[in-house]
Design a binder for this molecule. Structure first.
Ligand SMILES: CC(C)(COP(=O)(O)OP(=O)(O)OC[C@H]1O[C@@H](n2cnc3c(N)ncnc32)[C@H](O)[C@@H]1OP(=O)(O)O)[C@@H](O)C(=O)NCCC(=O)NCCS
Length: 150
């Protein structure tokens, strides 16, 4: 067996390659089925995925976007396929993405996190900022979260 193939690997994706997992994981139970984010094609936007056994099991999108006038990157569309959840792939992608952003000079990552995933982010060094709110697109409860990479 070839371990190089079996080992999880983080890969760069085109925006469209994130769509199937966005739809299956983030949009299957929401009013909106829109999987195209306007930020997908903003300058500097990067789409990172986790490949396991040649299968894309998790996706994430990283968009240069200031936070409170501070240079930062917004994390969007974080999703692990339901079959692959709870095996550390999302966490590894989150950490690998933060490492890549830090290497590119990013000092702050922020996101609008679903409350259902809040514990996941808090375990990975994010902190909650402010009160909860209902996201207009999904109608789900969210909190703003931030992680310093400095
Ligand atoms: C949130 C999400 C991206 C996390 O991805 P994941 O691949 O399941 O993440 P991990 O496996 O790294 O961690 C999930 C849990 O599995 C457990 N876990 C991690 N590694 C593990 C391992 N090797 N073995 C067993 N359990 C493990 C952890 O306890 C972790 O708990 P936590 O969520 O309280 O931190 C995923 O659950 C998901 O797509 N959810 C639905 C969509 C969503 O809410 N996305 C976020 C939008 S803001």
């Amino acid at each position: 067996m070839n371990d190089a193939v079996r080992d999880p690997a983080i890969i760069e994706l085109a925006a469209e390659q994130t769509h199937p997992l966005r739809l299956a994981v983030l949009r299957f139970d929401t009013v909106t089925k829109d999987v195209v984010f306007p930020e997908d094609t903003w300058p500097g936007a990067r789409h990172l995925g986790m490949l396991v056994d040649n299968e894309l099991v998790a996706v994430s999108t990283w968009v240069p976007r200031p936070h409170h006038d501070q240079p930062a990157v917004q994390l969007r569309g974080m999703a692990t396929s339901r079959a692959a959840q709870g095996h550390g792939h999302g966490g590894a992608l989150l950490e690998g993405g933060c490492e890549r952003m830090a290497a590119a000079g990013t000092t702050l990552v922020w996101a609008r996190a679903r409350d259902a995933a809040l514990e996941f982010y808090l375990r990975h060094g994010f902190e909650v900022e402010g009160d909860g709110f209902i996201d207009q697109n999904t109608q789900l409860p969210h909190h703003l979260i931030v992680r310093s990479l400095a």
